[in-house]
Design a protein around this ligand. Structure first.
Ligand code: COA
Length: 188
């Protein structure tokens, strides 16, 4: 399957999920293919684990920004507070379903979540994944975020400057969401 390099207005919306929509978030995580699920949870995660995880997100006030299309969440960015850590630190995670990967959606979610984290005064974000996760590394690099891994560690750190010196991280809230066109859609 190939994709075109043109951009289209995507039918879905990137927005915060309401508490009542957390079951859509859970269903999204459950649909991740095996490799994406492993990358997302940094190891094996059973369906039962994911169901409990989504419930916990609802209970502990995790921010979830979702890509919502036809009543389904197909991509998500999460921001969990880590009040035990200083400076103000958030734990972030991203997931995009396989058929939508490599089309710019991760970048849109990343940008939206980091802008939100910055607005809340976080200065450091942690992302738990393996250092070989090329998609996550590319995503951070795209926004000039410094993602560093201690040797052998699975936690990447992103330092957020508060001076807005990184233009790519300024939210573009009124810009239309554009994603690479899907060849399958063009053919349909
Ligand atoms: C990480 C993830 C959310 C990225 O989403 P995406 O929609 O594919 O990301 P984008 O299309 O915006 O691509 C962002 C960058 O990553 C690169 N990228 C995406 N998938 C990649 C892959 N499998 N291998 C290498 N690079 C990849 C893209 O080329 C792009 O870089 P570029 O702009 O320099 O070309 C998605 O791959 C995913 O859900 N992975 C499984 C879960 C995971 O690893 N989450 C992160 C840790 S919590």
């Amino acid at each position: 399957m190939s994709s075109t390099s043109s951009t289209i207005n995507h039918p879905g919306q990137v927005r915060g999920l309401r508490p009542s929509e957390m079951s859509l978030f859970r269903d999204h995580l459950l649909r991740l293919d095996a490799e994406s699920r492993r990358d997302r949870f940094n190891g094996t995660a059973s369906d039962h684990f994911i169901m409990r995880y989504a419930e916990r997100c609802l209970q502990d006030g995790t921010t979830v920004v979702g890509y919502v299309e036809n009543g389904r969440v197909l991509g998500a960015a999460e921001l969990h507070e880590r009040p035990d850590l200083t400076p103000p630190t958030g734990e972030i995670a991203f997931s995009v379903e396989r058929e939508l990967q490599h089309r710019g959606l991760g970048a849109v979610l990343f940008q939206r979540l980091v802008a939100h984290a910055r607005a809340l005064g976080y200065t450091r974000l942690r992302v738990t994944t393996h250092p070989q996760n090329r998609a996550m590394r590319s995503l951070a690099a795209k926004f000039h975020a410094r993602l560093t891994f201690e040797e052998g560690e699975t936690v990447g750190l992103i330092e957020l400057s508060q001076d807005d010196g990184e233009p790519d991280l300024v939210p573009r809230s009124i810009a239309p969401l554009t994603l690479l066109a899907r060849a399958t859609e063009a053919a349909a």
